[in-house]
Design a protein around this ligand. Structure first.
Ligand code: SF4
Ligand code: SF4
Length: 79
């Protein structure tokens, strides 16, 4: 993947930013399991996994940073 593609692979919500190019290589889906607020959902788990922030749940985030810690690809940043 080119650098240009890498730069455009970050999907931003209100204050969560997910580098979805990294999710493509993910098999653990740790973020979805670890977030006790149900912020994340992984779509296309069997094909091309991609983490999304569930609509209307972002404000439930308490910024505990469990998700940023458990994601071994460091795909998640939180403002
Ligand atoms: S955010 Fe991290 S743990 Fe979650 S699906 Fe993407 S790469 Fe996997
Ligand atoms: S910081 Fe905590 S509450 Fe917010 S999305 Fe991550 S694990 Fe969930």
């Amino acid at each position: 993947m080119s650098e240009a593609d890498d730069r455009t692979s970050i999907e931003s919500y209100k204050f969560h930013h997910i580098d979805t190019s990294k999710c493509k290589h993910c098999k653990e889906f740790s973020c979805e399991e670890a977030c006790f607020r149900g912020i994340y959902e992984i779509i296309n788990k069997e094909t091309t996994p991609k983490c999304i922030v569930v609509e209307d749940r972002e404000d439930m985030c308490v910024k505990c940073h469990i998700c940023t810690t458990v994601c071994k690809f460091k795909a998640i940043t939180i403002d």
